[in-house]
Design a protein around this ligand. Structure first.
Ligand code: GLC
Length: 741
C-alpha cells in the first residue's frame, strides 16, 4: 500500500503554478536566485539600490508608493534584467492606507470580524491602486503587557479574538482564495511577528522572551495558524530571541512548525535586518555566519539586511550551503509573485490625478463605523447620551470641548501611519463644531498636547468650564507614545492630564472623559471623578464623527475591552485567562441559582495603596457597557447526539432597556481538574448580535473537543514531547457579557 502511495504521489500532476516556477527556476543563475531573496527599502541611497534592481539583485522593494514611481522601478526589473522577474512592492499598511481605521487594538475592541474584513478590503483597494501589492500586516502578537508599545498593533490579549481578527484582515486584503486570477484589488497579507515577540521581558520592545512550548502553542501560535488557514501568503520573523534562539535563525519555528507541522508554503520574510541582528544578539560571530544560520532555518527573504546578497554565493561555493536550500526559498518568492499575478501584469494602472478609490465615501463610512464600534463605554452615570430629552431639561445648555486630544488631526490616527493624511482627519472638535446639535459649544483645549504639563493651560480650561454646563474632556496619548520602540514604564495619562481631570471635576460640572490612546491606561482615579468614560483608542480618520454620534446618542456604544485594564502598572502582566494558583487571589462568589453567595476572598501579599484590592483589574477583558441593558438567561450545555464530545451551549439575551443596540455574547470555558493546571476561564466563542429594545435573541455555540483541548507535555529524562488533546474531565461553559461574570 505504501509503495502504491509513493508511486501515486510521484505521478500527481504538477499544477500550472509549479510548472511555471520549475521552468523559471531552471533558467536562473545562483546570483539571480539570491537576488530574489533580497528586499530593499530604496527610499534612501536610491541610486545604488536602483543599480541593484537593474542587476537583478532585488526581489522586493518596500517604502516606495505611488503608481508612477512603482512602475518606474518595476520597468527596471521587468525590462532591464535578463529574466524580467517583476518586483513585489510591499508597505506597512497596518490599519488603513489613505483612509485610516482605528488602530488594530481598537479593531479588536469591535469584536466584529465582518467590519474588520471590510476595512481590510477597502484598504487593499486604496493601496493596490497606489502600487502596493504586499502589506506587512496583520500583526497577531497576543499581548499581556500594555507597557509594550506594540500592543497598539495587535488585537489584544486573547488567542481566539486575535485569531478571528487576524484571519478577517487576511481575507479582506487578499479578497478571494488565491486562484491566480489577477484581481486588481488583491494584496498579499504578511502575518507577523513569528513568534512570541509580545512576551518581551518588562514590556521592553525587542527584549528577550522565554515561553514554554505548551504556552507557545496554546497562546501565541494559534493566531498565526488561523491567518495561514485564511490564506495568508507570507509570514514575517520576529526580532526577539525565543528561548535563546532568535526567530530568524530558529529551525523549530520556521521548519518544524511552519513547514512540517502546518505544511505552509507561505513566504517567510525577515523583519528589518533581523538576520544581521544575530551578531548583536550574540548568536553569530559575524554576518556571514548569520547568513548561514538564517538559510539553515529557512528564512527565505532578507529585509534590508544584505546578508544574503553579501555572503550566500560564497557559502554555496564553500559547500556550506546547498543550492537546493536556495531553490526552496526562491520558490516561495516566485510563488507569492505568481499568486499576485505579477508575471501577467506587473504594472499598476496610473490614474489621472489622485487614486479615485482613496477616501471614497464607502471607505470613510466604514472607517466611521469601525471607530463607533471600537469605542468602549466604561462608565455612565446616565449623563450619556447627551440626547435631546436629556438636554431639554437643561434648557439650552453649553458644552465645553476640552483636552489635548480634542482637535489633533495627526494624533488621532495612531501609530504606523505612512500614507494617511492628517488633513483628512475629522477631529471631535471638527465634528462638534460643524454638526447640528441641541446645545452650544465652547472650545478650550487646556493642555495643548498629551505630554503638556503647563498648569497655566489647565487654568484656562477650568476658567472655560465655569461657563459650561457639561464638560467633554478628550484625553489620551500622542500617537508617538505607542508603536515600535515606544514602550512606557507607567500607564497613566501622560503630562498633567490627571491634574486637569481633577481640576475640571472640582468645578462641580459633570465631566465626560473620552480617552484616545494606543493601549489600556491606568485611569482609575479619572474614572472615579468622571460622570461617564468612553475609551476610543486612536480611532483614525473618522474618530471625530464617530464620537459625536456616540456622545449624542445617534450611535450606541458596543465595544468591549480586547485587553484587561490594570488598576496600576504594578499589576502587569495581568490577563483574564490566568491560572487559579494554589492560593487564589480571588475566588468568584459561589452562584446558587445565579445568586452570588459569600463575598470573594482576597489573600495576597500585595500592600495595596489606594487600591481596594490589587488582585482585581480596573476593567476585565471583554467588558463594555451600552446605553441599554442586557439580561442573560442561564446557560444550557447539551451534548450533541451522535457527536461524542460535542456540546451545544446556548443562552437567551434580552434587551431590557430603551435603545436598540449590539451586544457581544461571549462563550467561556473552564475545566476544574485535568492533566495540567488550566485557566480560570478561556474565551471559546463570541457573537456580536443586534437586539432591538425589548426583544430577545438566543445565541448558541458548538463547543468541540478541539475547543476543550490544549497542549500537554511529558518528559522522559532529557527527552520531552508535546501533544494536543482534550482531557476527559468535568468542565463548565457559560455565556456572559464579559470575562468576569
Ligand atoms: C519594522 C517592524 C515590522 C515592519 C518592518 C518594515 O521594524 O518590526 O513590523 O513591518 O520593520 O517596516
Amino acid at each position: 500500500m505504501f509503495i502504491l502511495l509513493v508511486v501515486l504521489c510521484s505521478f500527481t500532476p504538477k499544477t500550472d503554478e509549479e510548472l511555471f516556477i520549475d521552468s523559471l527556476l531552471s533558467q536562473m543563475t545562483l546570483e539571480e536566485k539570491i537576488g530574489q531573496m533580497n528586499q530593499l527599502d530604496p527610499s534612501y541611497e536610491s541610486e545604488a539600490k536602483e543599480a541593484l534592481i537593474r542587476e537583478g539583485k532585488v526581489g522586493s522593494i518596500f517604502n516606495i508608493v505611488g503608481a508612477k514611481e512603482v512602475n518606474r522601478l518595476q520597468r527596471m526589473a521587468v525590462e532591464q534584467t535578463r529574466l524580467g522577474i517583476p518586483l513585489v512592492v510591499a508597505r506597512d499598511v497596518i490599519h488603513g492606507f489613505k483612509t485610516i481605521y482605528p488602530i488594530p487594538l481598537g479593531q479588536g475592541a469591535t469584536w466584529n470580524p465582518d467590519l474588520v474584513e471590510k476595512a481590510a478590503s477597502l484598504t487593499a483597494q486604496e493601496a493596490v491602486y497606489s502600487g502596493v501589492r504586499w502589506a506587512f500586516s496583520p500583526m497577531v502578537d497576543v499581548a499581556h503587557d500594555p507597557r509594550w508599545g506594540r500592543v497598539a498593533e495587535g488585537y489584544g490579549e486573547d488567542p481566539l479574538l486575535t485569531s478571528v481578527m487576524g484571519a478577517a484582515t487576511v481575507r479582506g486584503y487578499q479578497q478571494s482564495p488565491m486562484t491566480n486570477i489577477l484581481s486588481p484589488v488583491k494584496m498579499a497579507a504578511c502575518v507577523k511577528h513569528f513568534a512570541g515577540y509580545s512576551v518581551s521581558e518588562g514590556g521592553r520592545d525587542y527584549n528577550t522572551t522565554w515561553i514554554p512550548e505548551t504556552q507557545l502553542r496554546d497562546i501565541y501560535l494559534p493566531p498565526f495558524k488561523a491567518a495561514l488557514d485564511a490564506g495568508a501568503l507570507s509570514v514575517m520573523c520576529s526580532f526577539n530571541a525565543l528561548n535563546g534562539l532568535p526567530s530568524s535563525a530558529n529551525p523549530h519555528l520556521n521548519i518544524d512548525i511552519l513547514r512540517n507541522e502546518w505544511q505552509s508554503d507561505a513566504l517567510l520574510v525577515s523583519d528589518w535586518g533581523s538576520g544581521s541582528d544575530l551578531v548583536p544578539h550574540g548568536l553569530c560571530a559575524d554576518k556571514k555566519e548569520a547568513a548561514l544560520r538564517c538559510i539553515n532555518a529557512r528564512m527565505e527573504m532578507d529585509m534590508q539586511g544584505n546578508i544574503y546578497t553579501d555572503y550566500l554565493a560564497d557559502l554555496v561555493r564553500e559547500g556550506k550551503v546547498q543550492e537546493s536550500q536556495i531553490d526552496e526559498c526562491v520558490r516561495s518568492v516566485l510563488r507569492l509573485k505568481y499568486r499576485l499575478g505579477l508575471f501577467e501584469n506587473p504594472y499598476v494602472p496610473e490614474p489621472d490625478g489622485e487614486n479615485p478609490l482613496c477616501y471614497s465615501i464607502e471607505s470613510l463610512q466604514a472607517a466611521e463605523q469601525a471607530a463607533v464600534e471600537s469605542a468602549i463605554l466604561l462608565k455612565n452615570d446616565g449623563i450619556l447620551p447627551l440626547s435631546e430629552e436629556y438636554l431639554h431639561a437643561k434648557k439650552n445648555p453649553t458644552v465645553l470641548i476640552c483636552g489635548p486630544m480634542a482637535d489633533q488631526k495627526k494624533e488621532q490616527l495612531g501609530t504606523w501611519i505612512f500614507d494617511g493624511e492628517a488633513e483628512h482627519s475629522v477631529t471631535p472638535y471638527d465634528a462638534f463644531y460643524n454638526r447640528e446639535k441641541p446645545f452650544h459649544i465652547l472650545y478650550e483645549p487646556g493642555l495643548t498636547y498629551s505630554r503638556d504639563k503647563d498648569p497655566k493651560h489647565i487654568a484656562k480650561a477650568v476658567k472655560a468650564a465655569k461657563k459650561a454646563d457639561i464638560i467633554l474632556f478628550f484625553a489620551g496619548e500622542e500617537a508617538i507614545l505607542s508603536g515600535e520602540a515606544r514602550c512606557r514604564t507607567d500607564l497613566n495619562l501622560p503630562g498633567a492630564q490627571t491634574e486637569m481631570m481633577a481640576a475640571l471635576a472640582k468645578t462641580g460640572k459633570p465631566v465626560v472623559l473620552v480617552v484616545m490612546a494606543g493601549r489600556p491606561l491606568t485611569i482609575g482615579r479619572e474614572v472615579e471623578q468622571a460622570a461617564a468614560v468612553l475609551y476610543a483608542f486612536h480611532g483614525g480618520t473618522m474618530a471625530g464623527p464617530a464620537l459625536f454620534d456616540l456622545i449624542t446618542g445617534k450611535a450606541v456604544p458596543s465595544g468591549k475591552t480586547p485587553m484587561t485594564f490594570p488598576k496600576t502598572v504594578g499589576q502587569v502582566p495581568f490577563y483574564y485567562n490566568r491560572h487559579n494558583t494554589g492560593r487564589p487571589t480571588y475566588e468568584p462568589p459561589v452562584l446558587i441559582d445565579d445568586i452570588p453567595v459569600g463575598a470573594p476572598q482576597f489573600s495576597v501579599g500585595y500592600s495595596s495603596c489606594w487600591l481596594e484590592t490589587a488582585t482585581e483589574p480596573l476593567f476585565p477583558f471583554g467588558f463594555g457597557l451600552s446605553y441599554t441593558t442586557f439580561e442573560y438567561s442561564r446557560t444550557t450545555v447539551e451534548p450533541i447526539a451522535d457527536r461524542e464530545g460535542f456540546y451545544t451551549v446556548s443562552a437567551t439575551i434580552t434587551n431590557t432597556g430603551k435603545y436598540d443596540a449590539k451586544e457581544v455574547a461571549q462563550l467561556y470555558f473552564r475545566q476544574k481538574s485535568g492533566a495540567l493546571v488550566r485557566p480560570i476561564c478561556e474565551l471559546k466563542g463570541f457573537q456580536k448580535v443586534f437586539i432591538p429594545a425589548g426583544e430577545s435573541r438566543k445565541v448558541s455555540f458548538v463547543l468541540t473537543p478541539e475547543d476543550r483541548g490544549y497542549w500537554h507535555e511529558a518528559h522522559n529524562g532529557m527527552e520531552s514531547r508535546v501533544w494536543f488533546a482534550a482531557d476527559e474531565t468535568e468542565f463548565e461553559a457559560w455565556i456572559a457579557p464579559n470575562s468576569a461574570k
